[in-house]
Design a protein around this ligand. Structure first.
Ligand code: PPS
Length: 292
């Protein structure tokens, strides 16, 4: 593959790439509808997992053919995404014929188009602990040619802590979305680690938030479809149809575990990380688990 990787730019104080700021005006003017559902995450927190769950909850019974014919990134458009020769996320979102429209974003909370707040849209935020997010993001940046060059692990480790990776600081992202939840009640804040621990329980909580009551049979089907191994085999969910990802380097559905950071962090790195983490994560009501 011969792609020119993008450089990071400073965009309103957040590290971004031009591909994701190109449609800024249009995105800011996006007209959300009251039943739109926004799935928001820092990269690699399990966005695709939640997206598939929501898509199955809303459309699994009524349009089962979606599951085998439309890749998840078209069913749940990535709002800020642009790539030459492909429909942009904003165009896909505007043209979604579904109700509700499910829309994904990695934007920090301050970048979200104001109409989502004005329309009081439901928002599902999924957080994942910083260490595993860093590892997953590193491997993703190695294989996704649309991402800035990750360099080696040691330099990536430092840049992640400095927020010099795409979509900026993990710390600011999770904290600012958490703060938003205190004033915006239509925000459901979930954790990847809880999902790994008990997917059924977390889907039940999600359904309570969404006001959905799937039948036992439907829930069983969803649980089956969203298991890691099944998603990994599912070409409509595993991103194998994307030509800018080199699966020989790493796969999109890579490990799906809590604690893989232990295979990457040195003892010294872990100490440095913990020291820095304490300084940045002052709100003790927001707790992430790095093992379960
Ligand atoms: S992206 O590119 O930011 O949208 O990626 P995202 O989907 O947020 O995150 C990808 C990571 O989520 C893992 N994943 C899962 N883990 C467990 N179970 C299921 N069903 C599942 N689906 C996706 C995926 O494997 C990536 O994590 P890593 O640690 O790299 O394996």
């Amino acid at each position: 593959m011969d792609f020119i990787r993008p450089e990071l730019i400073d965009f309103h104080g957040v590290a971004m790439v031009k591909q994701f700021t190109k449609n800024w005006e249009k995105i800011q003017n996006f007209q959300a509808r009251p039943d739109d559902i926004l799935i928001a995450t820092y990269p690699k927190a399990g966005t695709t997992w939640v997206s598939l769950i929501l898509d199955l909850l809303y459309f699994g019974q009524t349009s089962p053919e979606r599951q085998t014919s439309i890749p998840i990134y078209q069913r749940v458009p990535f709002l800020e995404f642009t790539k030459p020769s492909m429909d942009s996320g904003i165009d896909l979102a505007e043209n979604l014929a579904t109700s509700p429209r499910l829309i994904k974003t990695h934007y920090p909370v301050q970048f979200v188009p104001k109409s989502f707040w004005e329309q009081n849209c439901k928002i599902v935020y999924m957080g994942r602990n910083a260490k595993d997010s860093m590892v997953s993001f590193f491997h993703f940046d190695r294989m996704a040619m649309t991402q800035p060059d990750p360099g080696d692990w040691n330099s990536y480790f430092n840049r992640f802590m400095e927020g010099k990776v795409l979509f900026g600081s993990w710390y600011d992202h999770v904290n600012n979305w958490w703060k938003k939840k205190q004033t915006y009640s239509n925000l459901h804040y979930m954790f990847y680690e809880d999902m790994i621990e008990d997917t059924g329980r977390e889907i039940d909580n999600l359904c309570s938030f969404l006001g959905l009551s799937p039948s036992a049979k439907e829930k069983k089907q969803i649980m089956y479809g969203v298991q890691f191994d099944n998603m990994k085999k599912n070409d409509m969910a595993n991103y194998s149809t994307v030509n800018t990802m080199d699966f020989k380097i790493s796969t999109f559905m890579r490990k799906g575990k809590v604690g893989d950071w232990k295979n990457h962090f040195t003892v010294a790195q872990n100490e440095e990380f913990e020291e820095d983490y304490k300084k940045k994560m002052k709100d003790h009501t927001l707790q992430f688990r790095t093992e379960i």
